[in-house]
Design a protein around this ligand. Structure first.
Ligand code: AHG
Ligand code: MN
Ligand code: MN
Length: 318
């Protein structure tokens, strides 16, 4: 039998993602009607966060689908303390690992606000035929071969890139198919939206406080205060900025001294999408995709969005 091409491999992984997310989307659409969807699961994950039922359901759904697709040898996700190696003969010969946030925006599940799934795919660096290792998971974002997200918003949308631009597909609920609706997406170089949890403003470094004041002033390029928008689901805030232009910031704060967002399954995949769409993603001081990961659930400060806005924000920092 001939070997699959890289393109066919990525199509298989994408198929797994659309299968799992279609199932999840159906569950989410009826969330208020089903006891097993809303509310807390009762366990605390490695991040110290109380898991929601939907966090766990989403995690299981994606793991099962990646396990079944045959070319993924292991995964790491927000909901598992350690990475999961798929220990069967077919998966051990798989070429890829997937990092994912099964459900982003957990605090919005119970209140019917947009949530999402974020994913990042790497080619393994360990030998085929063996179990994957931590090294496979701790690759810099520049090595991503595919990344994207599914947004369960007013419609369900898949946005992804294999390093040749960004494309968006909308789920047709009548047929269960994702249809190309946003071809070659480009993030505007400037925008008039800023997104940050301003409840933290008194804890932010001085340069960032000055940047937020600049956003609220008439000194910016629009001559008007920017509009503040903060959904509290990174994936939804990011998607708005991708389409309309804007900046999202989650800085270092005292309750999150390294930042809150996770490098491997939140920041890197969206940084890949941002760059592919002409935007930027940095820690405020360094390109996100260049950060060398040291541990699975590593957190980083995050500035992502329209190119000129991220550059401007960075210019305010020391
Ligand atoms: P998750 O639900 O996967 O834990 O991620 C939540 C993240 C992100 O989606 C959101 O932008 C941010 O945490 C919200 O944090 P605050 O409540 O501190 O603003
Ligand atoms: Mn998240
Ligand atoms: Mn999550």
């Amino acid at each position: 039998m001939r070997e699959f091409t890289s393109c066919e491999h990525l199509a298989i992984i994408l198929e797994a993602i659309t299968t799992a997310s279609t199932e999840l989307s159906q569950q989410i659409r009826g969330a208020g009607l089903h006891n097993h969807i809303l509310g807390q699961e009762g366990r605390v994950n490695v991040q110290g966060e109380v898991q929601q039922k939907l966090d766990v359901l989403a995690d299981r759904t994606f793991i099962q689908t990646f396990l079944g697709c045959g070319i993924v040898c292991g995964i790491a996700s927000e909901e598992n303390d350690e990475f999961v190696a798929f220990d069967n003969e077919v998966s051990r010969n798989g070429d890829f690992v997937v990092m994912f946030d099964p459900l982003d925006g957990s605090s919005n599940i119970d209140v019917n606000v947009s949530i999402g799934t974020i994913f990042s795919v790497y080619r393994r660096v360990s030998a085929k035929g063996s179990l994957p290792t931590l090294k496979d998971m701790l690759q810099p974002g520049t090595e991503q071969v595919m990344a994207g997200y599914v947004l369960y918003g007013s419609s369900t949308m898949l946005v992804f890139s294999v390093g040749k631009g960004v494309h968006g597909f909308t789920l047709n609920p009548a047929t269960g198919q994702f249809c190309l609706s946003h071809h070659a997406m480009q993030m505007p170089e400037n925008g008039r939206f800023y997104a940050m949890n301003e409840g933290n403003i008194l804890e932010c470094e001085e340069g960032l406080v000055r940047y937020i004041k600049y956003c609220q002033s008439r000194e910016n390029q629009t001559g008007m205060p920017y509009s503040g928008r903060y959904i509290g689901s990174l994936v939804a805030d990011f998607h708005r900025n991708l389409i309309k232009g804007g900046i999202y910031i989650y800085p270092v704060v005292s309750s999150a001294p390294e930042g809150r967002l996770r490098l491997l399954y939140e920041c890197n995949p969206l940084a890949f999408i941002a760059e592919q769409a002409g935007g930027l993603a940095t820690t405020g001081r360094q390109r996100i995709l260049d950060v060398i990961p040291t541990h699975l659930h590593q957190r980083v400060p995050y500035f992502v969005g329209s190119k000129h806005m991220v550059e401007k924000a960075m210019a305010f920092l020391d």
